[in-house]
Design a protein around this ligand. Structure first.
Ligand code: BGP
Length: 473
């Protein structure tokens, strides 16, 4: 049998994309609440446009989303019906520390997540918790400038200590930062960074990166101190670069882009800054704000496992006149061998196996695929059903390759959580219509709908996959 007996099958969500209840239980505002959908969204997320409308959560996604705040019990019951062994979710930082820098946590927020974890325990579902999934309290952005400021490490450390203590015995698997490498590509989402005119952007980004890497190591340290049973993972937006062809220039370009993308995991897993990055920073005249004890913290508190999202592979080519393709924030050269999703993300199941092998060869630590899936337009038929065969085909092909990575290549894999197991708000578009779920949620891009949950055809397919431990795809 390829997958281990205790393989963690499940699905993944993020607080800001599904919870709603943005002002309930004394929750504070976060960056993710104030990013509009529509034309400015991409520019704001990626730091090309300064965003100043901080005082109002002015769009419905984070305000109400799919209102999991009030539907979580029903949603967990549906996950249990599918047979989930695990559920990946994130905590809204501002529900626990509304401003981010308080001494005392907000009890209502803590109790909200505790109830969810207790229900998971009752249902036999192991929670996999992302401490921050693109969220940063607005107060910390306004007052401290987000992760550019070293003080963020203390605030994050306090959050980590609070949740590890409170949820001891209920949660064992933790991820420190969702897609930590997004910090370099989407700095407002990844690090609460708003650039000032004339700033050296690279310098700001690498200072923020140093702080997040230290915060991740600190959280790992605290997690292990509080409960040696805790397992802490890093989380990367992954997807190997292929050389466009065998032109050595393109082969080298692929190697360069691959390690560039793996930089954060190199530090989180090996415990030190890789030489290629130190040389790059030297060339750019950037000095990392390293203080006494920093390097020891990174060295001594590396992660227990490597987790990543995988949606597509990418292509590297030195000449930049080639066709471009979309992807989660990353733009890449189009691969002529692959088909694309409705949003132009190229579909490459074999790329998952390749990406898994790269990560396992490099780090020799257990892997966890914590995001993968197809964003598509679903159509609710007159009879109330959704026949998402395209999603089933996508997932079956990816799981088949994942299986080969385990069975043939010997990769140690802890589990698989598909992205957006229930329809939720897209991070990229801020809209509902890009759906990933096994469960349809009646809600449209304008926020209309009954919020009714309807299992899709893929719901019953995934149920069978889990039941047969990946044998029947
Ligand atoms: C990842 C994020 C998720 C999720 C996913 C799909 O980068 O971690 O939050 O949203 O991508 O992206 P999108 O929602 O843009 O389709």
């Amino acid at each position: 049998m390829p997958f281990r007996k205790d393989f963690l099958w499940g699905g993944a969500t993020a607080a800001n994309q599904c919870e709603g209840g943005y002002n309930l239980s004394n929750r504070g505002l976060a960056n993710v609440d104030v990013v509009p959908h529509g034309e400015d969204r991409f520019a704001i997320i990626t730091g090309q446009k300064k965003h100043l409308a901080f005082d109002d959560a002015h769009f419905y996604p984070a305000k109400e989303a799919i209102d999991m705040y009030h539907h979580w019990k029903e949603d967990l019951a549906l996950f249990a019906e599918m047979g989930f062994k695990t559920y990946r979710m994130s905590l809204a930082w501002t529900r626990i520390f509304p401003n981010g820098d308080e001494e005392t946590p907000n009890e209502e927020g803590l109790a909200f997540y505790e109830a969810i974890f207790l229900e998971c325990q009752r249902l036999g579902i192991e929670p996999l918790v992302t401490i921050t999934h693109f969220d940063c309290p607005i107060h910390l952005i306004k007052t401290y400038g987000g992760w550019r400021n070293r003080k963020m490490i203390d605030f994050y450390g306090r959050l980590a200590r609070t949740i590890f203590t409170r949820y001891k015995g209920l949660v064992k698997y933790w991820l420190t930062f969702n897609e930590i490498n997004m910090l370099l590509h989407a700095p407002f989402m990844g690090a609460g960074i708003v650039f000032e005119a004339g700033e050296n952007r690279d310098e700001v980004l690498y200072h923020a990166a140093h702080h997040e890497l230290l915060a991740s190591a600190l959280a790992t340290k605290i997690a292990h101190e509080i409960d040696p049973e805790n397992k802490v993972g890093c989380m990367l937006a992954a997807g190997d670069y292929y050389p466009y062809d065998c032109d050595p220039e393109n082969v080298f370009e692929a190697q360069k882009l691959n390690r560039e993308n793996l930089f954060f995991i190199d530090v989180q897993s090996r415990g030190y800054y890789p030489s290629y990055k130190l040389k790059e920073l030297e060339r750019k005249n950037i000095t990392l704000p390293i203080e006494a004890g920093d390097l020891a913290l990174l060295r001594e508190h590396t992660v227990d496992f490597i987790s990543f999202s995988y949606y597509s592979s990418r292509v590297a080519r030195v000449k930049s006149d080639a066709d471009k393709t979309a992807g989660n924030i990353f733009e890449s050269v189009a691969n002529p061998y692959l088909k694309s999703s409705e949003w132009g993300w190229q579909i490459d199941p074999k790329g998952l196996r390749i990406t898994m092998n790269t990560a396992y060869d490099r780090y020799q630590k257990p892997l966890f695929v914590v995001e993968n899936g197809l964003g598509a337009m679903d159509h609710l038929k007159q009879d109330g059903t959704i026949e998402d065969d395209y999603r089933i085909a996508y997932m079956a092909a990816h799981i088949a390759e994942m299986k080969k990575a385990v069975e043939i290549d010997g990769v140690d894999l802890l589990g698989y959580t598909s992205w957006g197991c229930i329809d939720l708000v897209s991070a990229g578009t801020g809209e509902m219509s890009k759906r990933y779920g096994f469960i349809y949620v009646d809600r449209d891009d304008e926020g209309h709908g009954t919020l009714k949950r309807i299992p899709k055809k893929s719901f019953y397919w995934y149920q069978k996959v889990i039941k047969t431990n990946g044998e029947d795809l």
